[in-house]
Design a protein around this ligand. Structure first.
Ligand SMILES: Nc1ncnc2c1ncn2[C@@H]1O[C@H](COP(=O)(O)OP(=O)(O)OP(=O)(O)O)[C@@H](O)[C@H]1O
Length: 264
């Protein structure tokens, strides 16, 4: 990622959000940051600091109380066509009565993707997530990790320019999580999209990203933006032993601890 040659795909300007009502709560104070095209940016912060609220605003699912979000220079007002979301809860994001192929086909626009192209696209994304052969299975016949692979395949199928992921691997076991992390690195290399990845796991945030954004406690602001300069390709064992990795991980952990213990 180079600041001189890469243009920003996402621009967040003065974003703030207050949940109104009986239990009025200012979730986001003020966020200003940009995401370069093709970057992998992780977002971490103390529990309840407004990460999901921020993703809802960035994806156009929710209108922020203040500020604006620009995707490729256009204000986000409603969910943009070339934006995909992957959530933690894969079991609720897939239709249990549809096969894997049908879950993926569902998001493809029939006007622009004809039947033949649809089959090719489904085969391509299933191969990309290591699920060739699972097209006719139902989600409930698959493990949790495999279901999350289907959710990722579905997101890839309509070729988004940006993928927003909200703690996508929080509900799977450690080994599956490591496999899914490596899958994301692979998918990113192959499809070249921009990825914004919210996680509670500091190691994961560093392992995957070019850049880690650390948020303060709620109402959140950006505490710091750390560039991740690690030799590639990343490796689950060797990368985590790198001095730069260990240093970044403790710097971020300290920042989050300081935020969590900070008085309101
Ligand atoms: N619909 C809502 N109405 C009122 N308050 C809300 C609503 N949704 C979230 N909040 C509050 O806003 C704050 C931020 O919530 P959000 O889920 O965005 O944080 P988060 O950083 O994603 O949380 P976590 O670390 O638990 O994943 C929390 O205090 C939460 O209770």
């Amino acid at each position: 990622m180079s600041a001189t040659t890469t243009k920003d795909l996402l621009t967040i300007e003065g974003l703030g959000h207050v949940y109104e009502g009986k239990h009025r709560h200012e979730a986001i104070g003020r966020l200003d940051f940009t995401v370069p095209e093709g970057a992998f940016v992780s977002i971490v912060g103390p529990s309840g600091c407004g990460k999901t609220t921020m993703l809802r605003c960035l994806s156009g699912l929710m209108r922020p109380s203040r500020g604006r979000v620009l995707l490729a220079g256009e204000p986000v007002d409603g969910v943009p066509r070339d934006l995909a979301l992957v959530f933690q809860d894969y079991s609720r994001s897939l239709f249990p009565w549809r096969t894997v192929a049908s879950n993926i086909a569902f998001v493809l626009d029939r006007r622009t993707v004809g039947p033949e192209a649809r089959q090719e696209r489904i085969a391509e994304v299933l191969e990309a997530v290591g699920l060739t052969g699972a097209a006719d299975k139902y989600p409930w016949q698959l493990s949790g990790g495999m279901q999350q692979r289907v959710a990722i395949a579905r997101a890839l199928a309509y070729r988004p320019s940006i993928l927003l992921m909200d703690e996508p691997f929080a509900s799977v076991d450690a080994q599956t999580r490591a496999e899914l992390e490596d899958l994301m690195l692979d998918v990113r290399r192959r499809f070249g999209m921009t990825i914004l990845f919210v996680t509670h796991d500091i190691d994961e945030s560093v392992y995957l990203a070019d850049r880690v954004l650390v948020l303060s406690k709620s109402p959140s602001t950006v505490v710091d933006t750390l560039e991740v300069d690690l030799p590639g390709p990343r490796d689950q064992v060797a990368t985590r032993e790198e001095e730069a990795f260990v240093h970044l991980r403790s710097t971020i952990a300290r920042m989050i601890r300081d935020q969590s213990t900070r008085r309101a």
